[in-house]
Design a protein around this ligand. Structure first.
Ligand SMILES: CC(C)(COP(=O)(O)OP(=O)(O)OC[C@H]1O[C@@H](n2cnc3c(N)ncnc32)[C@H](O)[C@@H]1OP(=O)(O)O)[C@@H](O)C(=O)NCCC(=O)NCCS
Length: 189
């Protein structure tokens, strides 16, 4: 049985909890709000994310997010839990139309937990979940070119570097390159 087939069975029998060794991936739930706000309210996290991620990140932002994500169907936004606390987030944005077989993966982790391999394991787990659940052929990421930690995470998780979207984004007034990383179902099947 391949990993994807095994995961399909796991997803069917267990709605959503993946033990990824250094972390657990699960649905956002009521009670996560204080830990979410505490870990998300960090400029070092925000500076590498899209502007829709709030900054400063208030308890109200956390309440709104948990309300939205906890009841989501299909389930594409997940909490990264370490030591029993939701300390990061990881999700897939499903594309549409002829690109409905593609999804973008995005993630962040509270700074106290960086450098322990947590996100690498989370990206591996959610990549497998994505292929097993949504009939995708491709999952990609678009880290900023200077985000060395994220580039490394993607390499360690089996994503391949496909190119540079030169001067394709602007963050805090600075025009940035984004790097295209992707993995296909052919590598994961
Ligand atoms: C990027 C981020 C998710 C990484 O999480 P993490 O759990 O620390 O990642 P891991 O521990 O799994 O792996 C990090 C790797 O990057 C490396 N790294 C960290 N900082 C680095 C730097 N400045 N230069 C080069 N490599 C770096 C680590 O050494 C590690 O690689 P190694 O295992 O080969 O030593 C986290 O830093 C974060 O949340 N950043 C802010 C939000 C963000 O950037 N999200 C991604 C948007 S695309």
């Amino acid at each position: 049985m391949t990993v994807v087939h095994w995961l399909r069975r796991l997803v069917r029998t267990n709605p959503m909890k993946i033990d990824c060794g250094t972390c657990r991936i699960r649905r956002w739930r009521s009670g996560d709000e204080p830990s979410l706000a505490e870990n998300a309210n960090n400029r070092a996290v925000w500076i590498n994310l899209r502007d829709r991620f709030p900054h400063p990140y208030t308890l109200k932002d956390a309440n709104d997010w948990v309300l939205h994500a906890s009841g989501q169907t299909p389930l594409t936004n997940l909490a990264i839990e370490v030591d029993g606390q939701a300390v990061g987030g990881i999700g897939l944005v499903l594309n549409n139309d002829v690109e409905r077989v593609s999804a973008e993966i995005g993630y962040w982790l509270g700074e106290p937990y960086w450098g322990r391999g947590v996100t690498t394991n989370a990206v591996r787990a959610v990549t497998e979940y994505g292929f097993a659940t949504f009939e995708l052929t491709r999952i990609f990421a678009l880290p900023f070119g200077h985000n060395s930690a994220s580039l490394r995470v993607l390499e360690k998780a089996g994503y391949g570097r496909e190119g540079v979207l030169r001067r394709s984004a602007i963050k805090e007034g600075q025009v940035l390159d984004q790097i295209v990383y992707a993995v296909t179902d052919l590598e994961y099947d």
